[in-house]
Unconditional design. Structure first.
Length: 329
């Protein structure tokens, strides 16, 4: 097989991390039973952390980042897939511990892959990516809690970002009254276009709050974490729930037990990385059924492979709106 282009994150003897483009060969690829010609990837917040080194998500050097990919199987010893199949990868430590999707070729385990649902093009698969699939998991957690569209308003934080944009579009499409929180007031029209009924300022959820505040929402999907999550918990209505998946605003949170023991509030933790295959398939089936394709297109921008490192830096600075699709091959 010919050499191929990849993004490579390296660490020097002093511990300094750098990222750039490199030429690799199949001998550089790690273990796995499926070799894939990568067609499309995307830029997730975690990729931004990997490129900038702002959090220790890369635990093997050198590393090819890219936690999401769609591509065509070139070689397979897996019972699941044969050459020519189009596959989808989200997570499983790829881009952290195992070489990722920001490369023209990748080798992964068949157990990690699912078929790209036939309802999605490769671009749409990556427009959704881990961000969108996590948003769907959050929606499903609220549904399992028993929260339906007539139950009351649902808050979505970091709404102009990737998880937030997909969450707004999904919830609105399902008939929920969506309250979108953003630090970018100039994106209010964008968020209303995705289906948000109200747009509020991120600042309303920041700062030190009270153990119990005015009850505002029956549910919330939170990507911010930190003090914002503590404040949201204090504002959830009786028997409501929060699906928490992110840390864009901070890792640590200081809260009280008051929302849990006085209002019966539930906090669901959402992890997308190590979800078993049957759950992934179910989540992607729901996306296929419930995500409005026009709204998905409205939140998505396509970028060239050469621009992916700059985009990764931008995402951790909160400068990316919605979702990006990276044209790999
Ligand atoms: P994005 O960068 O696309 O969106 C994050 C959004 O959060 C920003 O657009 C911004 O929205 C808001 N934000 C950014 N910085 C701050 C801040 N300091 N305080 C408050 N709000 C802020 O990232 P993603 O949507 O892809 O990911 C969001 C979070 O979810 C990340 O922490 C990511 O790691 C996590 N995640 C977790 C997954 C899991 O499996 N648990 C899977 C996927 C993502 P706005 O401008 O509208 O306020």
């Amino acid at each position: 097989m010919p050499p191929f282009k990849a993004v490579l994150i390296e660490k020097d003897a002093s511990g300094a991390q750098s990222a750039g483009f490199a030429t690799l060969t199949d001998a550089d690829l790690m273990e796995g039973d499926v070799t894939v010609r990568v067609e499309r990837s995307t830029v997730n917040y975690k990729d931004g952390l990997a490129i900038t080194g702002r959090a220790p998500v890369v635990r093997r050097f050198p590393m090819v980042p890219g936690v999401d990919g769609v591509g065509i199987v070139e070689q397979s010893a897996s019972a699941w897939f044969k050459p020519g199949d189009r596959v989808l990868l989200n997570g499983w430590g790829v881009g952290e511990l195992h070489l990722g999707a920001w490369a023209e070729r990748a080798r992964w385990k068949g157990d990690w892959l699912i078929s790209l649902p036939s309802g999605f093009s490769p671009d749409e698969g990556m427009a959704i990516g881990t961000a969108g699939y996590t948003a769907m998991m959050c929606v499903m957690a609220l549904e399992r809690h028993g929260i339906g569209p007539s139950g009351g308003p649902i808050l979505v934080t970091g709404a102009a970002g990737g998880v937030g944009s997909v969450a707004v579009a999904l919830l609105a499409g399902l008939g929920y009254h969506v309250v979108a929180s953003t630090g970018r007031p100039e994106e209010a029209d964008y968020l209303k276009g995705l289906g948000a009924a109200e747009v509020i300022a991120r600042a309303e959820l920041e700062g030190s709050g009270k153990p119990l505040a005015r009850e505002r929402w029956i549910g919330a999907i939170d990507v911010v974490g930190g003090q914002t999550l503590a404040n949201i918990l204090s504002m959830i209505r009786y028997d409501g729930a929060v699906a928490a998946c992110g840390l864009a605003g901070g890792l640590e949170m200081s809260t009280t037990v008051a929302p849990f023991i006085l209002r019966g509030v539930t906090l669901y933790g959402i992890d997308s990385v190590y979800v078993p295959k049957p759950v992934r398939v179910a989540v992607w089936d729901r996306l296929d059924r419930d995500l409005d394709r026009a709204r998905l297109a409205a939140m998505t921008r396509r970028i060239a492979f050469d621009d992916v490192i700059d985009a990764a830096r931008d995402i951790v600075d909160g400068r990316i709106r919605g979702r990006l699709v990276v044209e790999i091959g």
